[in-house]
Ligand binder design. Structure first.
Ligand code: 3PG
Length: 209
């Protein structure tokens, strides 16, 4: 991963993970996230409109927009064409990593074990998504994995809520924390953009306080 994205994540501290049912949500969602103080967002490739959403949210201009749940090289290529500034995977896939290298786009693979982390480090990647962080053991597994790999930087994600932010973010190896709680599909279907703004602002406040 380039230093640029690492410092961008370290500056942002929270990464909203978005599963967006329709591109119609993209504009108001980007407005709500930026109003709440978010600086970046991950749009998951779990909905048919994901590419369009990346495109629209990237064009909004207020957020560094990446693509998440990228499982194949082909999805990584489509995400980059749509304007994704970075690629996130739930697990480690050598083809996705190689494609991101070719495209010169930062990639953050998911890891859940020391073996997977070693694979990422061997590929020259020092920033990984610890996923799914809470079911795996939360801050306990993060500390245990960080100890033998001082060069690794983590983006814990999965089952995380606002109450977990201070403890993760106080660990020096954690760049930022990811999660969907700030902007859920439920919020989007209800048109509750004010709720998204409030939860994002609360997360940003907790992450800096
Ligand atoms: C992801 O893709 O990163 C996860 O779905 C986010 O996990 P969460 O929904 O438990 O926050």
């Amino acid at each position: 991963m380039t230093t640029d994205l690492a410092s961008e994540l370290a500056g942002a501290r929270v990464l909203p993970v978005l599963t967006v049912p329709s591109v119609a949500h993209a504009g108001p969602l980007a407005d709500a996230l930026t109003a709440g103080g978010a600086r970046c967002a991950e749009v998951t490739f779990r909905t048919p409109d994901a590419e369009q959403v990346v495109k629209a949210m990237a064009a909004h201009g207020g957020l560094a927009v990446g693509a998440g749940t990228v499982l194949t090289s082909e999805q990584a290529e489509r995400a980059v064409v749509a304007g994704a500034r970075f690629i996130v995977s739930p697990g480690y896939d050598a083809d996705v990593v190689a494609t991101c290298r070719e495209l010169d786009v930062p990639v953050v693979p998911g890891i859940a074990t020391a073996t997977e982390l070693m694979r990422a480090l061997r590929a020259g990647l020092d920033t990984v998504k610890l996923f799914p962080a809470e079911p795996l053991g939360g801050i306990g597994i993060l500390k245990a994995l960080a100890a033998p790999f001082p060069q690794a930087r983590f983006l814990p994600t999965g089952g995380v809520g606002p109450a977990h932010l201070p403890v993760y973010l106080s660990h020096p190896a954690v760049l930022a924390v990811g999660g969907s709680w700030m902007a859920t599909t439920g919020h989007l279907r209800r048109g509750d953009y004010d709720g998204i703004r409030r939860l994002t602002a609360e997360a940003v406040r907790r992450s800096t306080g």
